[in-house]
Write a protein that binds this ligand. Structure first.
Ligand SMILES: [Zn+2]
Length: 246
């Protein structure tokens, strides 16, 4: 293989790792945003469960207060009934008493329903609180993990970029410019091996004279179809030959 092509392959090795690292780095903010959204959802779910429980407790308190008021009214009404002097007065007091008893019964039924519901509301709130607490632990660990991996990978990118510069200066200027141009078009695969007489970048079958030039290893060969820089793969053994050897 042409030494120049080998130098470009060395450069490309770094570029491939850089491409991979940069795509990983770009994913971290997305993952983190997703985690934050899930955290917000957990908090909202817990807040909703707590609100339902508080509403239950508030309603119960209000109704219990009303029951106290109705009981006072009931007493007053009973006194009125006992003090009634005429049949008319007695009837009126009795009607009022019945009305109060009805209201009282209704409030008491409501309170009983609320008491029954309270158990369910408490269980729901506890369940959501447990989920939230568990998620908080995951959230902290995830933040730690993302921060540390992000920093490690960023650090690696800096190292690789330095190494890339060092490798790039070893390549002839015109070749480096050619490589950069092709790399922009085909990131990570500007230089590709030829296998079975084809460019592995685009699978174009190369003409015999192109193969001869490549084999000779004296000049740089470009794929006439995709423009990638071709590398003669000395280690490549076609399947037939492979079978013949074994
Ligand atoms: Zn090609």
């Amino acid at each position: 293989m042409l030494p120049d092509v080998q130098k470009l392959l060395d450069l490309q090795e770094i570029d491939r790792e850089l491409i991979d690292l940069k795509s990983q780095l770009a994913r971290y903010p997305v993952v983190w945003e997703e985690t934050k959204k899930r955290m917000a959802q957990r908090k909202a779910d817990h807040a909703a469960a707590r609100k339902k429980l508080e509403e239950n407790q508030d309603q119960r308190k209000r109704k219990e207060q009303r029951i106290k008021n109705w009981l006072t009214d009931l007493q007053r009404s009973q006194t009125r009934l006992s003090l009634s002097k005429t049949e008319k007065e007695y009837q009126a007091a009795n009607r009022e008493l019945e009305k109060i008893r009805e209201k009282l019964q209704k409030e008491e039924d409501d309170v009983n329903t609320l008491v029954d519901e309270a158990g369910q509301r408490e269980a729901e709130e506890a369940e959501e609180r447990k989920k939230l607490d568990e998620f908080k632990e995951f959230y902290q660990a995830e933040r730690q993990r993302i921060r540390s991996q992000f920093n490690d990978k960023k650090q690696r990118v800096t190292e690789l970029e330095r190494e890339r510069e060092a490798r790039a200066v070893r390549v002839r200027d015109d070749l480096r410019h050619l490589y950069e141009r092709v790399h922009k078009m085909h990131p990570g695969s500007a230089v590709v091996p030829v296998r079975g007489g084809s460019c592995t970048g685009c699978h174009y079958s190369l003409l015999p004279d192109v193969m001869v030039t490549l084999h000779r290893g004296e000049e740089l060969v470009i794929c006439p179809n995709c423009g990638r820089i071709l590398a003669y793969d000395e280690d490549y053994v076609p399947e037939e030959e492979d079978a013949a050897v074994s």
